[in-house]
Design a protein around this ligand. Sequence first.
Ligand code: KG4
Ligand code: ZN
Length: 383
Amino acid sequence: MNPVRNLPKNNKKRSKRPKISNGVKILAIETSCDETAISILNVRHSVFNILSNVVSSQVKIHAKWGGIVPSLAKREHLKNLPLVLKKALKQAGFKSSNYLISNSPNIDLIAVVNGPGLEPALWTGINFAKELAKEWNKPLIAINHMEGHLFSVFLPKDREILNLKSQISKTQFPIIALLVSGGHTELVLVKDWLKYKILGQTRDDAAGEAFDKVAKMLGLGYPGGPAISQLASNYRGSTSIIFPRPMINTKDYDFSFSGLKTAVLYKTKELAKLTPKTKSALCAEFQQAVIDVLVSKTLRAAKEYKAKTIIMAGGVSANEELRKQFQEVANRCDRKHMLLFPEIKFTGDNAAMVALAAYFRRTNKKEFANIRTLKADGNLRIS
Ligand code: KG4
Ligand code: ZN
């Protein structure tokens, strides 16, 4: 992997090493939003091998509606889950495609995301996971989607192999994690492996949601993040357009992006005619406002909590300008932090991140889910 790194000088204070168990195969399922994803991971002698990572995106279907339609997401997950499973098993080298009848593959654990997200979508994954757990007689573990994003920074790039021991020994606590997705914006203090405290979150729209809504206003389609960042990067020169940086100076660690979105709306009305140049200027200034708030609040939290590591993950962390400026501002800080971003291919929703989180939970907490009582929780908090 190639996260941006600045190793802090003082590395005396290490966290307790999490336990590493050998010879575990985990099948993970992710259906919290508009991606149907299944991944199979093998951990042997502390080497983590992604045997398969299949993501079936519904973006084209939802794009017609300008955003995610929960009933369509549910329908598509139901249709895709058996196909994605078949593909994931095949990619991982399992012979039998007759998976639901009797042939239980050599899997030790089934992991599934139980929240946060769209409940109708979450339920499809949960019910599918329960069915597999029953058929195959395997234990089930429930994983928080945002915890999955947090672990995505440890997923490897090319060879699909990660040496957990070396990665773990490099990670220093406390960590400040900025989790920025389409549904959530959270600033989390990670005191040690699997120990979280939410310091702040959005009071209204999530950062990704603001990108999506502004893109819709400007007729740029769904999802909005990539389209806005593309137009913003085309913009050259200075602009008289200035948007607010909401809550940038408040003492708490909460966010609010709804007012910023409204400011863009008023500006588009005021400008009446939107030329390609003004559209680019609007995108550049909107993106800069989001970046300023995210970077400033994260680094303030890192300072207050004396963080040794900063993580940024989730769909919005794919934004190149955000990554670049995060790095630049972090470099100017007195305190040096290790900065971890996921590989671009793991910024969006995927099940490999869920499997890695599941591996840590299984080995260190042994919190298995009850197959009869496990439920979807659209507002599940990381804890
Ligand atoms: O984590 P994610 O894939 O799904 C959720 O859990 O919501 O995040 C999706 C969000 C969308 O709002 C999308 O517009 C945003 O991530 N996104 C971006 C970029 N790529 C995706 N936002 C800003 N810049 C990007 N390059
Ligand atoms: Zn996500």
